[in-house]
Design a protein around this ligand. Structure first.
Ligand SMILES: CC(C)(COP(=O)(O)OP(=O)(O)OC[C@H]1O[C@@H](n2cnc3c(N)ncnc32)[C@H](O)[C@@H]1OP(=O)(O)O)[C@@H](O)C(=O)NCCC(=O)NCCS
Length: 153
């Protein structure tokens, strides 16, 4: 893990971000949408680089002392090595440095890897939005989670 470089993403990182977004989410967000996050004052965008390749990213929106994790993704070939945990811990440190003490998120009920990740990082379940996400057949629930102790681990 020593070669991992964690840092804020900039507008010039758009090509790598868009390529990684397309590996992680279907349908992916458009370049214009991603650029609006990279440039927007209310958004925080972080990347995890390995040997100059962007292998992880996290996008958040902020309001006062609260943040919401909009997306976190790790390149498929790099999954299962704890990189998302490393990235999210870094995000927590950055939030604390910005005076943000609480992070919220929503996750598909079926997304076991993400739910394990969030539980390990101290997120608690706050509720459920029934049938919130379109699924392959029908819809599936969103689990609402929050972490109020960002430097717990
Ligand atoms: C969710 C995601 C970010 C996790 O990245 P990662 O680097 O592989 O995560 P980690 O290696 O830190 O593992 C996280 C946990 O998931 C578990 N896990 C990994 N792959 C799994 C799988 N296919 N099924 C179930 N659990 C899995 C790991 O064992 C680990 O559990 P632990 O914390 O209890 O040890 C990654 O799978 C991903 O990018 N998915 C697509 C995008 C996505 O769904 N993002 C989240 C919603 S915004």
């Amino acid at each position: 893990m020593d070669n991992n470089d964690l840092r804020p993403l900039e507008a010039s990182d758009l090509p790598q971000l868009a390529q990684l977004e397309a590996c992680c989410f279907t349908p992916p967000w458009s370049d214009a949408q991603l650029l609006s996050y990279l440039r927007g004052k209310r958004y925080l965008c972080y990347g995890l680089w390995q040997d100059e390749q962007l292998n992880g990213f996290a996008l958040l929106t902020t309001v006062l002392d609260e943040a919401e994790l909009l997306q976190i993704g790790i390149r498929p070939e790099a999954r299962g090595q704890g990189l998302a945990g490393e990235l999210l811990s870094f995000v927590h440190e950055q939030l604390e440095n910005c005076g943000i003490s609480r992070n919220l998120l929503e996750v598909r009920r079926s997304n076991e890897a993400a739910r394990k990740l969030y539980a390990r990082l101290g997120y608690k379940e706050d509720g459920v939005r029934k049938n919130y996400y379109p699924a392959e057949t029908g819809y599936e629930d969103a689990i609402l989670m929050s972490c109020n102790n960002l430097l717990l681990l």
